[in-house]
Design a protein around this ligand. Structure first.
Ligand SMILES: Cc1cc2nc3c(=O)[nH]c(=O)nc-3n(C[C@H](O)[C@H](O)[C@H](O)COP(=O)(O)OP(=O)(O)OC[C@H]3O[C@@H](n4cnc5c(N)ncnc54)[C@H](O)[C@@H]3O)c2cc1C
Ligand SMILES: NC(=O)c1ccc[n+]([C@@H]2O[C@H](COP(=O)([O-])OP(=O)(O)OC[C@H]3O[C@@H](n4cnc5c(N)ncnc54)[C@H](O)[C@@H]3O)[C@@H](O)[C@H]2O)c1
Length: 476
């Protein structure tokens, strides 16, 4: 039985059905989860037109064709709506049906060993007991600070409004310099909002290589985003239900109107919390509201009998759709193996070990410029005590990049393990680097020795030729 039909839950169910196990999936909202309706898909649908326009503007000849025109915001929002299927899940429900997965709609709560009670919208309850396993895939929700006066009454945007708004706000304040903050600042600025990005710390994307945040900051400022570091919101006040919201700031740098800022909407992009407050964790001896600790097979720790699994955002290993789906494949394989009485292979890179979560989870930040990263940063590798060196390369020096965009600006870094002679991390920043990332993921996850990578020849003249310079740097 699977609790939550986001991308992770759907994939666990797909794998257990494929293994011949009867599978029920329980969903409280829309089949497809946060990713399909209020996260990955709509946010990328909002960002892609801006990137396409920037790409055209960066190429002489094409630049003249598009001129100084702005995005057609209504058309972009309509295209976004089509990517969310207008917030209807008929297509995904049909996929469940075609795959042989049974859907039970309602809010599920653990009610004992292998047992889930599902409360339907009309208040009726149905109790289901699984033969083999329950996989909790309930995802995460936005977390807002609890100590900022006026925040709740200001009706702040979370990721749901930021990806689903039917209109473009005139002035948008964004709080938080993580991935949601920078992507949404980029998207709404391109759609015509005046955007102020308020960052508590002194850098964007603090978990990535420092140059990633620096180049994204430069890109945002170049696009007209008003970016402030060292700035905290101390209180908010919304004039009436629909009037502007006034933010009081503890301001590292001076803003307009002394230390007060007025905006039509304010987006809080300040991180995620697990959706576990009301899923019956207390029935199995766990603390409601906590992230679910799992081992590498995604089996929940602290619950006897190896029947409870947790995959996707809810286990806090890597809050990314593709890693959730990867964990789902591992979880499905583990459930099937245990159901068939087979031993698990939980060795590193084994069939039942989500090893890549920690060693090789790739991520793309779809700003202009894009950021694509996998594996360890230099700082993280050093913290682990690895003997490493960083090899840096300006991507614009590569012929393929200069053809891609006039004055291409971007940087790449690989982190090279001097003892094992393999690449343990890579970070690429620049236009169109997202599609280069899988080459880096294969190098990191495959632990391909530098002597063999030397023979992996990138085609001329592509941006991938940056690999030649990076490999020379590793060897030199
Ligand atoms: C704005 C934004 C943009 C993002 N962009 C990207 C991106 O480009 N790429 C990327 O890889 N990741 C991205 N992410 C992260 C990505 O959305 C998550 O990692 C992903 O959605 C996690 O999938 P999941 O299946 O674990 O959880 P979810 O997608 O959250 O799905 C969980 C499901 O469980 C259901 N559920 C919860 N509790 C219950 C219950 N008690 N009973 C029944 N059902 C329940 C929910 O209704 C939901 O449908 C983004 C996140 C945000 C906020
Ligand atoms: N393209 C992608 O892959 C993508 C896009 C969006 C989101 N995501 C995933 O979703 C997750 C959530 O993203 P997110 O940006 O909400 O979280 P995040 O943890 O990446 O960033 C939140 C930021 O808000 C700051 N912050 C926290 N509390 C604050 C406060 N009270 N005031 C001001 N700043 C505060 C934090 O210091 C942090 O920098 C991420 O872990 C990411 O993996 C992925």
């Amino acid at each position: 039985m699977v609790l939550g039909a986001g991308p992770t839950g759907e994939n666990v169910a797909d794998r257990t059905v494929a293994a011949g196990l009867r599978t029920v999936i329980v969903e409280a909202e829309l089949v497809g989860g946060e990713c399909s309706y209020w996260a990955c898909m709509p946010s990328k649908a909002l960002l892609r037109p801006a990137a396409a326009l920037d790409d055209a503007r960066a190429v002489g000849g094409a630049r003249e064709a598009v001129g100084g025109g702005q995005l057609d915001a209504a058309a972009v929002l309509a295209r976004r709506d089509s990517f969310t299927s207008h917030w209807k899940d008929d297509g995904q429900v049909q996929w469940l049906r075609d795959t042989g997965i049974e859907l039970v709609r309602g809010h599920g709560r653990l009610a004992g060993v292998r047992t889930v009670a599902v409360e339907a919208d009309d208040g009726t309850e149905r109790v289901l007991t699984a033969r083999h396993a329950v996989a909790v895939c309930t995802g995460s929700r936005p977390v807002l600070p609890s100590d900022v006066p006026g925040l709740a009454d200001a009706h702040p945007w979370t990721n749901r409004e930021a990806t689903g708004s039917p209109t473009v706000p005139g002035r948008l304040a964004v709080v938080g310099g993580g991935v949601v903050g920078v992507e949404m600042a980029c998207a709404w600025r391109a759609l015509g909002s005046e955007v102020v990005l308020l960052v508590r710390g002194d850098a964007l994307l603090p978990r990535m290589e420092p140059f990633a945040g620096e180049l994204v900051a430069e890109g945002l400022r170049g696009a007209g985003v008003d970016l402030h570091f060292g700035t905290e919101v101390t209180s908010l006040e919304r004039a009436g239900a629909t009037g502007p919201v006034v933010l009081s700031l503890n301001d590292g740098e001076r803003l307009t109107e002394g230390e007060r800022l007025s905006a039509d909407e304010v987006l809080y992009a300040t991180g995620r919390a697990p959706r576990t407050a009301d899923i019956g964790l207390e029935q199995v001896g766990l603390r409601p509201g906590s992230w679910l600790d799992v081992d590498d097979s995604c089996t929940v720790l602290g619950v006897d009998g190896e029947w409870l699994y947790a995959a996707g955002d809810v286990n806090h290993r890597a809050l990314l759709t593709h890693q959730g789906k990867y964990q789902a494949r591992i979880t499905g394989a583990a459930i099937a193996a245990r159901a068939q009485g087979r031993a698990l292979d939980t060795s590193r890179w084994g069939a039942h070990s989500a090893s890549a979560d920690l060693a090789g989870a790739p991520q793309v930040v779809f700003t202009q410029p894009e950021v694509a990263a996998v594996g360890l940063t230099l700082a993280a590798a050093e913290r682990l005590g690895l003997r490493v060196k960083a090899v840096d390369q300006e991507i614009g020096d590569v012929a393929g990049a200069s053809l891609y965009a006039d004055g291409y600006r971007g940087r790449a870094r690989v982190v090279f393990d001097l003892d094992r002679e393999v690449i343990v991390g890579a970070c690429l920043v620049g236009p169109a680097v997202a599609e280069l990332l899988h080459s880096a993921t294969v190098a990191v996850v495959g632990e391909v020795p530098i002597d063999r990578l030397w023979h992996a020849v990138p085609a001329y003249p592509t941006i991938s030729e940056v690999w030649l310079r990076l490999l020379e740097g590793c060897r030199g």
